[in-house]
Ligand binder design. Sequence first.
Ligand code: NAD
Ligand code: LMR
Length: 333
Amino acid sequence: MVLIKAAICGAGGGIGQPLSLLTAQNPHIGEVSLFDVVPSVHGVAADLSHLDGTAVVKGYTKENDGLKHALTGANVVIIPAGVPRKPGMTRDDLFKINASICRDLATGIADYAPDAIVGVVSNPVNSTVPVFVETLKAKGVFNARKVFGVTTLDIVRSSKFVAEVLGKPNEAPQYTIPVIGGHSGKTIIPVISQSQPKVDISGDKLNTLVNRIQFGGDEVVKAKDGAGSATLSMAYAGSKFLNAVVSSVYADKPSVIQAYVYLPELPGGDAIKNDIGKDVSYFSVSLQLGKSGVEKVLPVGPLSDYEKGLLQEALPELDASIVKGVGFGKSSL
Ligand code: NAD
Ligand code: LMR
């Protein structure tokens, strides 16, 4: 296989640095470009350029057309750029700053890497993905098969927390739990009833478990006490996302992931409104990945009555976040 190029925007940050480290270890990647607005990104790149892997690592800031050089030829771009939460903040509180950062990076992607696969990590994902989509649409390069909100950390947490509830924390990798909806509090809907292997968790235990998955991010924000939010677990999750996408699109190894996508222009996307009883344009769902990116949106599958209740609680907040992101994306161009 031809080695591909990955770009990490926000590579000097808490997520960006470890994500760049993990990305540089993917054997299908020949070049990793690290872009950030802080000059220390050059140090991160110098550091990672000494790894004895396949990847050549280069650092860029805005100086000397850095964004252009970082993005030109990139096959995959991951975006952990922007501010993280402090205790007492919601992800939505980040919108004001991060929406503009996302719009600017989306503009750069449209100009220099219009065919790239894009993974948006910057919060609030429920709104920043619509900002990306609207910007790419306005630039005439939007391809719904290739733009993802990265919700993998919710899936990672679900496996670990389920295993812990069962008293088997070392067995976390064995549990696969779909997580649908969005990436913020009540919009995160873990579908425990579809766990593989099946698990039997109900009543208060189930409530506590679901609440912990939905608000897992707050646990880290509180513990870091003002020093940011999840970085290392996010880099791990981001790397899982990137590896699955790279293998599916470039290495002939199709896979199924869940991510937050724009449904109206995806095969199978229309059917989701019947599955969840509402017409939503963005939703995190199971996706069949292949050479073109998303090949098919997979059905939500049966939900328990409890999960149907979670869905009803999620939809108003999700809707409002989408409207906000779409509005910003349309108005600022
Ligand atoms: P951080 O502050 O440590 O790093 C962010 C980096 O982005 C900084 O180095 C900053 O200089 C850079 N940056 C700012 N503006 C930029 C621009 N215009 N172009 C390129 N880089 C720019 O923050 P972090 O902890 O790494 O978190 C980054 C984002 O990821 C936050 O919005 C956070 O909420 C989000 N996040 C998402 C998930 C998820 O599951 N999707 C998980 C954790 C964190
Ligand atoms: C998370 O889920 O850890 C991230 O979205 C960061 C946050 O703000 O909680």
